[in-house]
Write a protein that binds this ligand. Sequence first.
Ligand SMILES: NC(=O)c1ccc[n+]([C@@H]2O[C@H](COP(=O)([O-])OP(=O)(O)OC[C@H]3O[C@@H](n4cnc5c(N)ncnc54)[C@H](O)[C@@H]3O)[C@@H](O)[C@H]2O)c1
Ligand SMILES: [Zn+2]
Length: 362
Amino acid sequence: MNKIHIYKSIKQLQNLPLEKESTFVIIDNNLKHLHSIFKGFKTFCFEFSESKKIFSTVEEIARQLLEAGADRNCFIIGIGGGITTDITGFTASIYKRGVKFGFVPTTLLSQVDASIGGKNGVNLNSYKNILGVINQPLWIAICPELLQTLPEEEFKAGIAEVLKTFILFDKDYYTKAVEYFSKVAQKYAAQEGKEYGTIAVEEDIDTLTDIIGKCAQYKCGVVKRDEFEKGERRLLNLGHTFAHAIEKLKGDSGIMHGHAVSMGMVIAAKIGDYLKDGESGTQQSSFTQMLIDDLRKVGLPALLEECPITKELKISHLADAVSKDKKVQGKNIHFIVPNGIENVKDITIELDKIKQIANDLR
Ligand SMILES: NC(=O)c1ccc[n+]([C@@H]2O[C@H](COP(=O)([O-])OP(=O)(O)OC[C@H]3O[C@@H](n4cnc5c(N)ncnc54)[C@H](O)[C@@H]3O)[C@@H](O)[C@H]2O)c1
Ligand SMILES: [Zn+2]
């Protein structure tokens, strides 16, 4: 299982124990400014985007590694967001039947989620992550200072996953994260011109590092206990069933995954209320209301009508897309229901029931 290094400043990345001769660095084009940190290493830059997350990119990287003399004992580092780490991890896993690799995730989403857990892969046509492996990196180096250049919406997409993890596991850190990112949202609104990432990092790097480190450790712990998603790891899908349905319906309009997860968590909380409420479905719990308020405070859309891309959608429109989810088994689906913080359940529910509730909630 992998080791997580937490480095508060970018300079500390130079402390990674690496052999210059045998280390090959794969880096996202948008992070060229990190070249100076990895001076002297064989470095390959790629434009990584969802449309480039395909097998031909894996072949291209492998070709360049081969030409540069990477042998079976080489070490590969992926530096970038989840797209970079997914592709790099997959390439390293099959290059010469598998070589060792490590990650330097550079988006909030990849620092707390995508780089951790060993799922590596690429898309096939419009199907996401169809070709892939589960294979753990040797280490993951998390450096919150890297996030200072991250665009606002990318940052917020990561906040949704941070809050999701703390809803599952940690009331105190949930409160801490909501406070931190609400303050950042307020400062960003007040200081026009200053980049969101800079404000988020400068607000209090120690607290930010603590929040990210804690969140990464929770994901790592779940993966250690349930690497192949037979039980506990399924909890990490909180908010994701309806998020995937939103993405399916609105993917082409550029809805961000984290924003879809934000709205998906609220829908899951509403479904939890419905199931608790003797199925009259009218009572909104104080937890659901708090979740809606907190997501708004940190600048995430809580309800479909609050996001320009989804404002025409109703929960009932999403029900059909839910039935095509990967997690469907026959007539049932595993659904993650949050009834409160640290009070989240993995239930098996009939698809027809989910559809009926979605129709009632509209
Ligand atoms: N393997 C897993 O368990 C897992 C989990 C969740 C998501 N994912 C995958 O992760 C991908 C999404 O990853 P992501 O959200 O990290 O996005 P990403 O890799 O697409 O990066 C988002 C954008 O930010 C840029 N960027 C990255 N770091 C930056 C920085 N520090 N400063 C400025 N710009 C920066 C990138 O160039 C890109 O344009 C999806 O393909 C998804 O399938 C994988
Ligand atoms: Zn997610």
